[in-house]
Design a protein around this ligand. Structure first.
Ligand SMILES: Cc1ncc(COP(=O)(O)O)c(C=O)c1O
Length: 388
């Protein structure tokens, strides 16, 4: 058999496995038609279409062109990137850092590059795929601690911490599929006592929680490496890592293939991200209002009998259970012009499929009522006895 045939058979078998488990994924076009309620994307502060970001991107296109056109080590690192870095330092109070093309590549570079064979990585059971991939590539030993369970983490630190190896602790500040958070103050305290290297991914906290949960709770000085993304709450694209000093920047600039061998972040995107941070800083006084709205939404859904968890984040999971059921629920919402994420394995464990609702700063009571009514109608439709 030809190599092509063998490869195609192998791929086909894997795809058929996905399809027979009801887990096949497909791309569908999304064109943002008017009148829809979009609860699927991560534009929490509603900045992706903000005129200030569009203007900044257009001006940057005029000034710098549409592409960085080269790796940052050749000629791709421009004044707009430097300005964005400086804005991030001022916003977070962290003194050093760098930009990356995506959060995925930043996590991959960090976690495949820093831990080594012989080191230990303690990661929350639910950390993002990009981090797990990096850790597995690093050759370090990986142990998962129970989700957001600092007692379990401490027990593992006691059991496995040794002075002759580096121990990394990896977690997120707002979890992408659950919308919940660890106790970051307790993590900072643990770091003080156990001396591990703390990597905190703030992808879903940035913007909604200002410069992130670590800054908001006053523990940013304990985070050794903070990852933030600019394609979610900041309305643009790309990512950054922030450090306590310049050493890590020097290391990644010299050793991270994801940084060295890739065309750098487009100047348009960097300019839009910079404008996104400035808008987020301007909007910060309204934070209590947008958090209160999500609390009201959670209460409204709980009153309607949906087992949504408590919390302050814009991400609200509605547990559904089976993957076919969650697809049907999302489809039902679409008939009400509501777009929600249908999250299935392997993104979440089997039996834990859910609708992932992500809220926006600009949504209020009308959107809450519209969503709650549609969800109630969906529940009625699935619990109604079948017509004979
Ligand atoms: C926690 C977390 N980190 C990193 C990423 C990757 O970021 P990006 O979309 O910029 O690649 C995601 C993406 O959804 C995420 O949820």
């Amino acid at each position: 058999m030809s190599a092509e045939r063998i490869l195609k058979n192998r791929i086909r078998a894997e795809l058929d496995g996905r399809a027979s488990a009801g887990l096949r994924r497909e791309l569908s076009l999304w064109e943002e038609p008017g009148g829809w309620l979009n609860l699927a994307d991560n534009d929490y502060l509603d900045l992706a279409r903000d005129p200030a970001l569009a203007k900044a991107a257009a001006e940057a296109a005029d000034r710098h062109g549409c592409s960085a056109s080269a790796s940052p080590l050749i000629s791709g690192y421009r004044a707009i990137h430097r300005e964005l870095e400086r804005e991030l330092f001022a916003w977070t109070g962290l003194p050093a850092g760098m930009l990356w093309n995506t959060g995925f590549s930043a996590n991959q570079a960090v976690l495949s590059g820093l831990p080594r064979k012989g080191d230990l990585v303690l990661a929350d059971r639910l950390v993002h795929h990009s981090m797990v991939r990096g850790i597995l590539q690093s050759g370090a030993r990986l142990i998962r601690f129970r989700h957001n369970d600092t007692d379990h983490l401490e027990a593992l630190l006691r059991q496995h911490g040794r002075a002759d190896r580096v121990v990394f602790v990896v977690t997120e500040s707002v979890f992408s599929m659950d919308g919940d958070s660890p106790d970051v103050r307790a993590l900072a305290d643990l770091r003080g006592r156990h001396g591990f290297f703390w990597i905190l991914d703030e992808a879903h906290a940035v913007g909604w929680h200002g410069a992130g949960l670590a800054v908001e709770t006053g523990v940013a000085g304990s985070v050794d490496l903070l990852v933030g993304t600019m394609g979610k709450g900041l309305g643009s694209h790309g990512a950054y890592t922030l450090f306590q000093d310049e050493t890590l920047r020097e290391y990644f600039v010299n050793f991270a293939g994801e940084f060295i061998y890739s065309t750098y972040l487009s100047p348009l995107v960097a300019a839009a991200a910079l404008a996104g941070i400035r808008r987020a800083r301007e909007l910060a006084p309204q934070q209590t209002t947008w958090i209160t709205e999500t609390r009201r939404l959670r209460e409204q859904l709980m009153e309607g009998g949906f087992a949504v968890p408590d919390g302050d984040s814009p991400i609200i999971p509605v547990p559904i259970g089976g993957s076919a059921e969650v697809m049907a629920a999302a489809e039902f919402l679409r008939t009400h012009q509501i777009l929600a994420g249908a999250i299935r394995p392997p993104t979440v464990p089997a039996g834990e499929s859910r609708l992932r609702l992500s809220w926006k700063r600009t949504y209020g009571e009308p959107e809450r009522n519209r969503l709650a009514e549609a969800l109630l109608a969906w529940r009625e439709s699935v619990s109604a006895p079948a017509t004979p």
